[in-house]
Design a protein around this ligand. Structure first.
Ligand code: TYM
Length: 332
């Protein structure tokens, strides 16, 4: 790695990526490869903070890895790996946990949401999840972390943990900056546009998956909940239309004024169909590339094995320094 700034981000392999993951995060990761050194990871260790079926998790992790590549992540230019292949994250996590306060973790909205959704399994991993996420980032001393809005609070905590460590043990960690889009950082549910689009939504029509076929995508958009007006304009209170305009803008590159002009005098039906078609056409090459990659398990394996070696090379050096700083005896 050279003097370029370092980018780190990760995604959980809990099923296929949603259109929210894609627009708010993954889609923006590929262009960053032109300017920065990039490390992208499939966060399978984070995924087991909620119950997973082992065979399905393995399958989802491989699919997520292939999908990352299908979305433009290039294993020749960036480090692409699977989190559990780099045990350094867990090793650093322990030290970071000892520098994270119970109160800080208790305030995390994702912990509160998930513990409400899974009251029978409020495990310690779910609680300390943000500390592992901090370890993911700090194990590489990443400068910037591109994420959607929902991860902002976790990132602020990662900065606080890094700062606390630096104060206690001397300056060491870079304080990571969040990279959050102005438009598209929070794609909303198609069925309840006041809620984030999420794969855990019980209503399958609420969420578009990037591997959905064209008909399914169009059908989901046709059923999108909007309002009782008929004007395609971006305005406070029109959550459903604002969300569809955001999505349309993200996949076509048109700004809101151009979209309003395009649909002036037309109804919501025309607009929803146009959004569905634009999204499906935009995702078509991703689906084709995914199909090609997922059929080539040997190549995927070669890529993630190399990715893990590269990730371990950087992170083990950092973890050794951290272990020394906290006062552990050097093993050699
Ligand atoms: P995850 O897997 O939930 O989501 C991956 C990325 O997608 C973004 N995202 C969205 N953006 C816009 N609209 C939405 N509806 C939407 N839903 C999800 C998320 O903000 C995220 O950027 N904890 C992380 C994974 C992680 C991580 C990390 C991220 C593990 N370690 C280190 C950054 C750095 C998560 O669960 O993301």
């Amino acid at each position: 790695m050279d003097d370029k700034k370092l980018i780190f981000s990760a995604i959980q392999p809990t099923g296929t990526f949603t259109l929210g993951n894609y627009i708010g995060a993954v889609r923006n990761w590929a262009p960053l490869q032109d300017k920065y050194d990039c490390i992208y990871c499939i966060a399978d260790m984070h995924a087991i903070t909620v119950k997973q079926e082992p065979a399905k998790l393995r399958q989802n992790s491989l699919a997520a890895y292939a999908l990352l590549m299908a979305c433009g992540m290039d294993p020749k230019r960036s480090i692409l790996f699977i989190q559990s292949h780099a045990p350094t994250h867990a090793l650093l996590n322990w030290v970071l946990c000892c520098n994270t306060q119970f109160g800080e973790l208790s305030r995390m909205t994702q912990f509160k949401d998930k513990s409400q959704r899974h009251p029978d399994d409020v495990n310690a991993g779910l609680f300390t999840y943000p500390s592992l996420m901090a370890a993911d980032i700090l194990a590489y001393n990443a400068d910037m972390v591109p994420v959607g809005v929902d991860q902002k609070q976790h990132l602020e905590l990662a900065r606080n943990i890094a700062q606390r460590f630096n104060q206690r043990y001397g300056d060491f960690f870079t304080l990571p900056e969040p990279l959050i889009l102005e438009v598209g950082a929070k794609v909303m549910s198609l069925q309840d546009p006041t809620k984030k689009m999420s794969k855990s939504d019980e209503n399958p029509n609420a969420c578009v998956l990037i591997l959905d076929d064209k008909d399914t995508i169009i059908r989901k958009f046709k059923r999108a909940v909007t309002d009782s007006e008929a004007e395609v304009v971006f305005r406070e209170g029109k959550d459903g239309i604002n969300n569809l305009m955001t999505i349309y803008s993200s996949v076509t590159g048109k700004d809101f004024a151009a979209i309003e002009a395009e649909f002036a005098g037309k109804g919501y039906g025309d607009f929803k169909l146009a959004v569905g078609e634009a999204v499906a056409d935009h995702l078509e090459p991703v689906r084709t590339e995914f199909d090609r990659l997922i059929a080539d398990k040997a190549y995927l394996k070669e890529c993630y094995t190399t990715g893990a070696e590269q990730a371990m090379k950087i992170s083990s050096r950092i973890v050794s320094k951290v272990y020394h700083k906290v006062g552990f005896v050097d093993p050699r």
